[in-house]
Design a binder for this molecule. Structure first.
Ligand code: HEC
Length: 109
């Protein structure tokens, strides 16, 4: 019995450690991907840091108003479905989430 308890405790501790490490080490990777995807797929029209000064067109900067009017899901919808003059950008749900997280972390002023 004692041995089983020890094994269970060890398994639990291992799972906790894995969960902790994924949060610590996987999150920055997602942020990094978001930055890369933004740079490749959005910056041309929205500017490298979301200021709207894109190379091929000028758009409204991503500021506080955008985040007041849109939640994450609304932004994700704009990305994958397009909106007005913006074409749909075909990103996977993971890529879309990464871009939204990156934008929230760096352009929510
Ligand atoms: C070909 C140029 C182009 C590209 C590429 C582009 N956008 Fe846009 N985007 C626009 C234009 C133009 C608008 C303004 C749309 C309108 O209201 O007519 C816009 C609007 C938006 C809005 C604001 C919507 C609102 O509710 O005001 C968001 C958010 C957005 N884009 C995110 C992105 C993201 C994230 C990417 C990259 C994954 C991206 N866009 C790529 C041109 C582009």
């Amino acid at each position: 019995m004692q041995a089983i308890k020890t094994v269970r405790a060890t398994t639990f501790a291992t799972l906790l450690a894995v969960a902790f490490l994924s949060v610590v080490f996987v999150s920055p990777v997602i942020a990094q991907d978001g930055k890369q995807i933004y740079g490749n797929r959005c910056a041309l029209c929205h500017g490298a840091d979301g200021d709207g000064k894109g190379v091929i067109m000028q758009t409204a900067p991503f500021g506080a108003d955008l985040w007041k009017a849109n939640d994450d899901a609304a932004i994700a919808k704009t990305i994958v479905e397009g909106k007005g003059k913006m074409p749909a950008i075909p990103l996977s749900p993971e890529e879309t989430k990464a871009v939204v997280e990156y934008m929230k972390a760096t352009m929510k002023k």
